[in-house]
Design a protein around this ligand. Structure first.
Ligand SMILES: Cc1cc2nc3c(=O)[nH]c(=O)nc-3n(C[C@H](O)[C@H](O)[C@H](O)COP(=O)(O)OP(=O)(O)OC[C@H]3O[C@@H](n4cnc5c(N)ncnc54)[C@H](O)[C@@H]3O)c2cc1C
Ligand SMILES: *[C@@H]1O[C@H](CO)[C@@H](O)[C@H](O)[C@H]1NC(C)=O
Ligand SMILES: *[C@@H]1O[C@H](CO)[C@@H](O)[C@H](O)[C@H]1NC(C)=O
Ligand SMILES: *[C@@H]1O[C@H](CO)[C@@H](O)[C@H](O)[C@H]1NC(C)=O
Ligand SMILES: *[C@@H]1O[C@H](CO)[C@@H](O)[C@H](O)[C@H]1NC(C)=O
Ligand SMILES: *[C@@H]1O[C@H](CO)[C@@H](O)[C@H](O)[C@H]1NC(C)=O
Ligand SMILES: *[C@@H]1O[C@H](CO)[C@@H](O)[C@H](O)[C@H]1NC(C)=O
Ligand SMILES: *[C@@H]1O[C@H](CO)[C@@H](O)[C@H](O)[C@H]1NC(C)=O
Length: 627
């Protein structure tokens, strides 16, 4: 087909397509697209929504591996899809390689595999990071990256006065400012003993914060839930950025049940955008989608690197070993993997208060049936509208240990002595790559500064009730990898978490644990006869070896926040994308999802995924408007 007839054909297709509809077969696609978004998840649909809105004459295709379906979230009434039919599950389920620093422990990691991606299945905890997290990104990247600052907007609907009084919520609307089609609100349910831990934190000297979404992320925080303020139903990108707009957007196509294999540059890297090669999950047939303007990869931090690696954009030695021709030697692709992790403190009471309801009530079949019925109503009511809870503490390291500089000076000494690389994965693609080492050192310095900052949190402990408290390590120093499976490049990638491979992470965990172990000693807890059950009385705070052993045994390696595997950093520091999210060295190709963060923020990731995507969309729109 000539170029002219291709253009005429695609315009005709736009004119006759009518409202966007879901496509399940490539024969229903147009002959070419202006923009193709790979992955219909949290970030991808946000970008597609903004592009189709701003450019009514440009056609956008989103290609998604999963289906459009009502998907049970992780805290929704139990269904047995994970165990019954993992192939049909609306999530990817990964088990990482054994973690050698942690006695061979493996990480269990989930990721959404459905229209809406992880936002459609997640825990709906909708918190925003600290302003200092973004400052750290530009500290690593340099001046060109400074526009990735904290500023942005989120929709928040305040609770009614009655709900606010019943549940005790506080907020400050000025922290949010703005509207997006993604809702966040406070539900009308709280476990009756939620205030017990709040009192405990205050006894421990943690300050009460009225609002933590305004860039100051510290203290005892209320955190909104990503649900509709009236229906109390989940709000996610599939609903807000596709279903809600599709009927008014004849230029918005969605192809489901297709796996993007790779991108191909038939005319060379400088003459993008690339063709997007896809595979039908129904019949395995392979097809190339032609693109006019740009390809945007938004397959999430675990899959985006697989698409780049299959395309020949990745760590050179690894690609050569895999038999993939090297298009761009980009050692950062699939490197820099990290996640939030942490061990718990657990306790029991000799005489607890007469609280009702408490989570143990869910063991009572009639209470649980009532909770499920409440969840199925519109508006939804009851325990399931609380998801995993909506309160947490965020505490800076200087408030956790007076000895915090011993940790941060150790980090700086590691950089100064040129031994940081010894904790990176060995080999030419990582520990022996000057770029990767330079980037890691820059990250360590930025992380030491964050940990010294009395306003930037080091630990998060979310809670909904009281008997267990997890110590989330917000700023891990260890780095792992995502690599293709060498026997089957289309299979799930191999995750090597390498948590605690930098032993200073254990020092930070120790400080966090010693802090959390003060819980049972507080006046609030003592009034109920609280006693620690884990680590328990046999493990003394001073017995570093025993406490370390406990941490290694009980640590949960993934709180489902894998990130940073196509980091936004300069190429000379092992970065994969630049400040405009364009892949270094490739034309017509960007990455927009949680892979682009250089380092984890002090938050759960969904609000940041939306924010990164909104900002990326604004950059892309500006660029194409001025063309
Ligand atoms: C179980 C769970 C609980 C969580 N809890 C919370 C929480 O309470 N609060 C919070 O803020 N965050 C939470 N998170 C994290 C947060 O939801 C994610 O970090 C964020 O949504 C990721 O957004 P993304 O755009 O990077 O990727 P995703 O939203 O995961 O989107 C990636 C999409 O790409 C698709 N895809 C992948 N590979 C291909 C391919 N080759 N071809 C085509 N399509 C492909 C996937 O199917 C998916 O739909 C949770 C995550 C999970 C999994
Ligand atoms: C911050 O973002 C808001 C919109 O969310 C915008 O109105 C404001 O000008 C921005 N401020 C700065 C300093 O960029
Ligand atoms: C940390 O300690 C300082 C000094 O005591 C205090 O002002 C601040 O409120 C504390 N921060 C938190 C989050 O509790
Ligand atoms: C904690 O308790 C204080 C009152 O002591 C209250 O103002 C605040 O809203 C509570 N916060 C949370 C998250 O429970
Ligand atoms: C907690 O204590 C109660 C009695 O006070 C006991 O019945 C229960 O088994 C204990 N739970 C654990 C996990 O130790
Ligand atoms: C659940 O129980 C509460 C309290 O008894 C009741 O008000 C509510 O209507 C019940 N919900 C459903 C869905 O049955
Ligand atoms: C501070 O930390 C260092 C290094 O971890 C340790 O050697 C020292 O004993 C600690 N000092 C105090 C007072 O805890
Ligand atoms: C790699 O893929 C093969 C073939 O699908 C599979 O048998 C193997 O278990 C995978 N390897 C890993 C480590 O997951």
């Amino acid at each position: 087909m000539s170029l002219l007839s291709a253009i005429v054909f695609s315009l005709a297709a736009v004119a006759s397509a009518g409202p966007a509809s879901i496509r399940r077969h490539v024969s229903h696609l147009r002959s070419c697209y202006d923009f193709v978004v790979v992955g219909g998840g949290t970030s991808g649909l946000t970008v597609a929504d903004r592009l189709t809105e701003s450019f009514p004459k440009k056609v956008v295709l989103v290609i998604e591996y999963g289906e459009i379906n009502p998907t049970p979230g992780v805290f929704d009434p139990p269904t047995d899809w994970i165990t019954a039919s993992p192939d049909q599950a609306p999530t990817w389920i990964f088990s990482s390689l054994p973690n050698s620093a942690l006695d061979g422990k493996t990480a269990l990691v989930l990721a959404g595999q459905t229209v809406g991606g992880s936002s459609a299945v997640n825990g709906m905890f909708f918190d925003r990071p600290s302003r200092y997290d973004f400052d750290a990104w530009s500290e690593v990247g340099g001046h060109a990256y400074a526009h990735w600052d904290w500023n942005g907007s989120v929709t928040f609907t305040a609770p009614t006065r009655a709900v606010a009084e019943r549940c005790g919520y506080t907020w400050d609307v000025s922290a949010y400012g703005g509207t997006t089609p993604i809702y966040s609100s406070f539900g009308d349910f709280q476990w009756d003993d939620q205030p017990v831990l709040n009192g405990t934190w205050q006894d421990m000297g943690v300050r009460v914060s009225r609002e933590c979404a305004g860039g100051d992320k510290e203290g005892i925080c209320w955190v909104p839930t990503s649900q509709h303020p009236v229906t109390a139903r989940r709000s996610h990108s599939g609903l807000g950025h596709y279903t809600a707009v599709k009927d008014t957007r004849p230029n918005y196509d969605l192809l489901v049940k297709h796996q993007v294999i790779r991108v191909v540059y038939p005319k060379g890297l400088k003459r993008g955008p690339p063709v997007v090669e896809i595979r039908s999950l129904a019949d395995n047939s392979v097809f190339g989608v032609t693109v006019n303007s740009e390809v945007i990869i938004s397959a999430g931090a675990l899959h985006t690197p697989t698409i780049l690696q299959r395309s020949g954009i990745g760590p050179k030695a690894f690609l050569q070993g895999a038999g993939i021709p090297v298009l761009i030697d980009a050692p950062g692709v699939g490197s820099n993997l990290h996640d939030h992790s942490g061990p718990p403190v657990q306790w029991n009471y000799t005489h607890y208060g007469d609280f009702s309801p408490v989570p143990e009530d869910m063991l009572n079949p009639s209470f649980k049936a009532n909770a499920t019925a409440g969840f199925d109503q519109i508006p939804a009511t009851g325990p399931y509208t609380l998801a995993g809870g909506n309160s947490a503490i965020f505490v800076p390291l200087p408030n956790i240990t007076a000895n915090y500089t011993s940790i941060t000076s150790k980090i700086r000494a590691l950089v100064a002595s040129n031994s940081a690389a010894s904790y990176l994965p060995p080999g030419p693609d990582y520990a022996s790559s000057p770029e990767m080492v330079a980037g890691y050192k820059a990250q360590l310095i930025a992380l030491a500064n964050l940990l010294d900052n009395p306003r930037a949190p080091s630990i998060e402990t979310p809670w909904a009730t009281g008997q267990i408290a997890w110590a989330f390590l917000l700023h891990p120093l260890s780095r792992g990898t995502v690599r293709l499976n060498l026997t089957d490049h289309l299979a799930q990638p191999i995750l090597d978490y390498r948590a605690a491979s930098n032993p200073i992470d254990i020092d930070i965990h120790l400080a966090h644990m010693r802090f959390l172990r003060r819980i049972t000693k507080t006046d609030t807890m003592q009034q109920y006869g609280a006693y620690e059950t884990a680590p328990g009385p046999a493990v003394s705070d001073d017995d570093e070896a025993a406490l370390t052993e406990y941490i290694k045994k009980t640590i949960v390696l993934s709180f489902m926040h894998p990130c940073c595997t196509a980091a936004m950093m300069p190429r000379r520091k092992g970065g994969v994308v630049g400040p405009d999210l364009k892949v270094h060295g490739a034309s017509g190709l960007r990455v927009v999802d949680m892979s682009v963060m250089p380092m984890l923020p002090s938050s759960h990731l969904s609000a940041t995924a939306y924010a990164v995507a909104e900002k990326a969309a604004a950059l892309i729109i500006d660029e194409w408007k001025s063309k």
